[in-house]
Write a protein that binds this ligand. Structure first.
Ligand SMILES: NC(=O)c1ccc[n+]([C@@H]2O[C@H](COP(=O)([O-])OP(=O)(O)OC[C@H]3O[C@@H](n4cnc5c(N)ncnc54)[C@H](OP(=O)(O)O)[C@@H]3O)[C@@H](O)[C@H]2O)c1
Length: 450
């Protein structure tokens, strides 16, 4: 550890964070100085007086941790102590609040968060992966040690949806929470729709623009959105985070004909994360869906995120805004810091951890909805008859059907069903996939009311 700045050393008879605090600064350590961490430092430096005014006390950045001491991060760090080890930073007794912006569900992020909470230090994090997998355990630690654990930045970046769900909508029984939770996917899908260019082309463009990671798997595969959904569901329904129960599908198989056919029918294709409490269990799902043009989130463009909460008294509340990036994410982190500095300490997932329930997951096959199917078939006499017979035998009736292409090339066949049981649609699709005339496994997209 190097010290470049002197600061008052605490007495060690009693952890300093347990004292009445408003007469002295809240002392902060940040682990991770990448996109988000550097953004937090910038806000704290630029707005130090404003933040002190709003928090009712000064917010004093004491020490930072990252891997490279020499990397230029666009901020002056000379005033802060440097720690190489995030766990050592989290354990420092002179830090009241530890900011974890390293990332990763386990490793140093989890080890340091655990270390901070165990000594009663407050934690603010943007790490949805860690909380989706270990949220209940960390929330319990926070509670046991009288610490706050906040994660506004972990869900939909700059949109203050965690506070909205936990506080502003607290009078309601929430019936559903859903939204567009991944900006990379929304950028790709809206750009495909607008330009008529295909998936891989737009994905490369998104990487060049910094909207997609070099390895975009977690984004386009739906895992990132599922991490956020796990947290929203826990807050909305008072359930333990259950990431493994989320049915996850990404956007990798979406083609231009899907988007164009959907557009002809009055729909947009969006990657939707949706959690719904039903009498038969909790449905949690991330998948590309067709959303009607009149829905509140259909027009959502580019990397923007949206979260829709449905409450029994409030009705539908829609929040949209920047879902990622340095400024929006750091803004959410600093808002959490201010809340804690003011003395706010609400339960991590809205209710005491001991009362969070293990919701039984809804059987994914039990959902009823209209579906969109796309398959590639030999353009041969009787091919469509085979498909319609299989669907009919499975109890799935057809609303609309369209064919693109003709013999000798295989044809893309696009079908919209009436409302049907997902399990019936799935079994029909397996049978269609097994037909000798079938060229690939059909794509199945739920049509969501939005
Ligand atoms: N970026 C966003 O827009 C965004 C939005 C919402 C949530 N988040 C979440 O915020 C967190 C941080 O994201 P980010 O984009 O800021 O990541 P990032 O740019 O990759 O930064 C990660 C930081 O962690 C440091 N680090 C990594 N391993 C470390 C270790 N073992 N010890 C000490 N420091 C270590 C890195 O140090 P070096 O710089 O020295 O390599 C780097 O400064 C993640 O949980 C992410 O999911 C990010």
């Amino acid at each position: 550890m190097s010290k470049t700045k002197s600061h008052d050393q605490p007495t060690h008879e009693q952890p300093t964070h347990d004292r009445p605090t408003h007469d002295r600064p809240m002392r902060i350590g940040i682990a991770g100085l990448g996109t988000v961490g550097a953004g937090v430092v910038k806000i704290m430096q630029r707005h130090s007086d404003l933040l002190a005014h709003r928090a009712g006390r000064r917010l004093e950045l004491v020490a930072v941790a990252a891997r490279s001491r020499t990397r230029d991060r666009g901020v002056d760090l000379s005033a802060y102590d440097w720690e190489d080890d995030p766990v050592a930073l989290a354990k420092r007794e002179d830090i009241d609040l530890y900011i974890e912006v390293i990332g990763g569900s386990d490793g140093p992020a989890k080890a340091s968060t655990t270390a901070a909470l165990k000594r009663g230090a407050h934690v603010v994090t943007a790490n949805k992966a860690m909380l989706a997998l270990h949220g209940a355990m960390l929330a319990q630690l926070a509670e046991e040690h009288g610490a706050s654990l906040r994660f506004e930045a972990g869900v939909a970046g700059g949109i203050p949806i965690i506070k909205a769900l936990g506080d502003g909508l607290a009078a309601n029984e929430v019936t559903r929470v859903f939204g567009v939770l991944n900006g990379t996917c929304n950028y790709i899908l809206t750009k495909m729709a607008r330009t008529g260019r295909d998936y891989s082309d737009i994905l490369e463009e998104a990487k060049d623009l910094g909207y997609a990671e070099a390895d975009p798997t977690a984004d386009v595969g739906g895992v990132d959105a599922a991490h956020k959904l796990a947290l929203l569901a826990s807050l909305a329904f008072g359930t333990k985070t259950n990431f493994d129960a989320i049915a996850i599908e990404g956007i990798e198989r979406i083609t231009l004909p899907d988007i164009q056919f959907a557009a002809d029918l009055g729909y947009q294709v969006k990657l939707i994360g949706s959690a719904r409490m039903t009498p038969s269990g909790l449905e949690q799902r991330v998948a590309p869906c067709l959303i009607p043009n009149h829905s509140a989130i259909a027009a959502l463009d580019g990397v923007t995120n949206a979260v829709v909460c449905e409450g029994d008294f409030v009705g539908q509340v829609v929040a949209t805004g920047p879902g990622a990036g340095e400024g929006p994410t750091a803004s959410a982190i600093v808002a959490d810091i201010i809340d804690i500095a003011r003395g706010g300490n609400r339960p991590v997932f809205g209710v005491p951890t001991s009362t969070l329930v293990d919701a039984s997951p809804l059987d994914p096959g039990a959902a009823r909805a209209p579906f969109f199917l796309r398959m590639t078939l030999n353009d041969a006499p009787g091919a469509l008859a085979q498909v319609t017979r299989i669907l009919g035998d499975a109890g799935v009736s057809i609303d609309q059907m369209r064919q693109h292409g003709r013999a000798p090339e295989p044809a893309a066949v696009l079908i919209v069903t009436h409302e049907a049981l997902r399990s019936n649609v799935q079994s029909a699709v397996e049978a269609i996939a097994a037909l000798p005339i079938s060229h690939d496994h059909p794509v199945v997209l739920q049509i969501d009311k939005g």
